[in-house]
Design a protein around this ligand. Sequence first.
Ligand SMILES: [Zn+2]
Length: 261
Amino acid sequence: MPIIKALLTLSLCGLLAAAPPPAKTPVAPLLPGEALALSGPDGVVYLFGDASTERPMGSMAKLVWLKLEGGEWGAMGVQFNCTGTFKGSHCWRPKGHGRVDLGKALAEDCDLAFLAWGQASVQWWLRDYGEGPARARLEDAFGPFLGNRMPAGEDLPAIDMSWIGAGDLLRASPDSLVRWLVDPAQDETLRQVKRLLLSFKEFNYKQGAWWVQPGSCPEPGGASAWAVGTNGQIVAVMHLPAGTDRAGAMARFKAVMLVPK
Ligand SMILES: [Zn+2]
């Protein structure tokens, strides 16, 4: 065999070996610009489209806050009145969300409720643990999405909108987000999201029911969108191209993952 042909054959074999095998989970074809990472019942992560590129975490940062403080906030029955602005920060819905509890704030993606509750929580951490451990707690929880962007110093950084997903501080890819979601450390978070979303929205709260959470992805060139969801067996994260809003992200996730109507 000529050397060039042998090399080509070898590199083709390498490519085939590196490509993920087809997932056992049926998915509808993606549209241009869409990316999907899913973990099926076999526990293997499958990637479709450009699912490894990191982008701003946007609304998905709320899932990390739920991991950190969701149990506490749920037990306290936190409430917030979103008027659209809070201490100089703005909610994505200019007129605000009105009075929200934890379930409504998650379902309607209220940035300011999570900002207010997050700011209150870190004050409790400072009081209970002190500055260093409070900083470590924040860095540890957001670590997979922080890269090397943790603000320098020994202090607990101020909790502003960048910790609620605005800007570039927190970044994720469909791949990194699905791996975080399927980590057993997130089991309780996923159970809480299911309780919050399925009791609030019009789904049946039953075994195998899907919950789907869409959200924005504030990319500099124009906001794109995220959608995550699970039915308890399959966990999937989609990124949708610029111009997709929350409703569009939800609709595409359901179409691609063949979520029953
Ligand atoms: Zn709001």
